[in-house]
Design a binder for this molecule. Structure first.
Ligand SMILES: *Cc1c(COP(=O)(O)O)cnc(C)c1O
Length: 405
């Protein structure tokens, strides 16, 4: 029997998809022993010495030299005007929302395609996420769609923009730089200005990334970082609020340390504060990790380059890459399946896990989570189309093995 090939479809992968995926993954990680986590921290610098110094000094809690040093290092790295280090990225966002005046019953424009912390923080201040669609290149907020959507649903009133459909105040935009790939911030800030909407960057994933040469965390008047265990810099757990405004920075440090007015022997509190200050012990770890950040970022770029080679050569999957206008920290690296193969995602994930590679599915879109199911939204077509196609790959810098070609 003869066979005539008339199809113009791309050349099929000869092995079944999960095996082809696994082979590509393995070829990018030569000499790396399994199990391999998604993003395990590595401590190669002064971490032990600084933590030991903390213990020796007795300054393990909220006051101490490492806390101040850590904040200074973060403002130096990002070019922000001031910094308040806090106990998590989630509370960093919560406090940023509070100090710009977001109130219970307000709506905050935010992506559905994000880690749940972004939208949890909005809920923590009693506000309501209003979900905006994402675009394919950065996976962040689609600014053109945001602009059209505001034209459709918003009106400018004397006390700011309002959602005409719900009657609620639109209080802020909260863009998130997904996996370290910056949102197109110039375009976003122009839309924000037109609508008089404050912008907070959720830069939790993007420390070390730049947008048109400017560091993430300094692109909006206020920005938030996370130092959770799997981020590029970890303090065990922690976060920070960055701002251009030193007075606001001072206010944030005050509010997050129980709003205590300095006094040699009295406890003076004149407003409700929060116990959110990052302990010195955690900051010590953070200082050491910041010192070695450039090397880790370089290793992560090299690992991404290796994945790009390994995942090239078939039309069935490709690597997500930084947008042209940006240099990403490549926090989490991601393979994108072809639209036809989205249904195979879980089979691939099962195969990689069985082989000891802890790849992950993308977060569930936040508008599909029960607590946000009633939140207002625009059509989320791109987020819905891309979500089942993404597989995060092991992305820690120590997985780049320089000894293997
Ligand atoms: C990690 C992260 C946060 C903050 O998380 P914490 O665990 O509270 O530090 C916020 N937003 C995004 C997008 C994140 O990835």
């Amino acid at each position: 029997m003869t066979q005539t090939v008339l199809s113009t479809a791309p050349a099929p992968v000869t092995a079944p998809l999960p095996q082809a995926f696994l082979a590509a993954l393995k070829s990018a990680l030569p000499g790396i022993a399994t199990p391999v986590g998604l993003h395990e921290p590595v401590f190669t610098g002064n971490e032990r010495a600084y933590v030991q110094q903390c213990l020796d000094s007795g300054w393990v809690s909220y006051n101490g030299a490492f806390g101040l040093k850590f904040e200074e290092m973060l403002t130096d790295l990002t070019g922000a005007g001031a910094c308040a280090a806090v106990v998590s990225g989630t509370v960093a966002i919560e406090m940023a929302l509070r100090v710009i005046g977001v109130q219970a019953g307000d709506e905050v424009l935010s992506p559905s395609l994000t880690f749940v912390a972004t939208n949890n923080a909005i809920a923590h201040v009693g506000a309501i996420p209003h979900f905006i669609d994402s675009e394919m290149h950065s996976l962040g907020i689609d600014v053109a769609k945001l602009a059209d959507h505001l034209d459709d649903i918003a009106e400018l009133t004397p006390d700011g923009p309002r959602n005409r459909l719900t009657g609620r105040r639109l209080a802020a935009i909260l863009p998130m730089h997904c996996f370290g790939h910056p949102v197109d911030m110039d375009a976003l800030l122009a839309v924000a200005e037109r609508w008089r909407l404050p912008v907070i960057e959720d830069a939790a994933e993007s420390l070390g990334s730049t947008y048109r040469g400017r560091p993430c965390g300094s692109l909006a008047p206020i920005a938030c970082l996370s130092f959770n265990g799997n981020k590029v810099v970890t303090t065990g757990g922690g976060g920070a609020i960055l701002t251009r405004d030193p007075v606001l920075g001072q206010r944030l440090r005050f509010l997050t340390s129980t709003a205590k007015t300095p006094h040699p022997f009295e406890f003076i509190h004149e407003e409700v504060g929060w116990n959110y200050r990052l302990p010195n012990l955690n900051a010590a770890l953070g200082c050491a990790m910041l010192e070695t950040l450039p090397e880790r970022l370089a290793a992560k770029r090299a690992l991404q380059a290796r994945y790009e080679v390994a995942f090239a050569g078939t039309h069935r999957f490709a690597m997500l890459r930084e947008p042209d206008y940006a240099k990403s920290n490549y926090w989490l690296m991601a393979a994108v399946l072809s639209p036809e193969d989205a249904g195979e995602r879980d089979t691939i994930l099962k195969a990689t896990h069985e082989a000891g590679y802890m790849c992950r599915a993308l977060w569930r879109l936040n508008h599909t989570l029960p607590m946000f199911s009633a939140s207002p939204r625009m059509p989320l077509d791109v987020a819905e189309a891309i979500q089942p196609r993404i597989i995060n790959l092991p992305s820690a810098p120590q997985l780049f093995n320089p000894k293997s070609a």
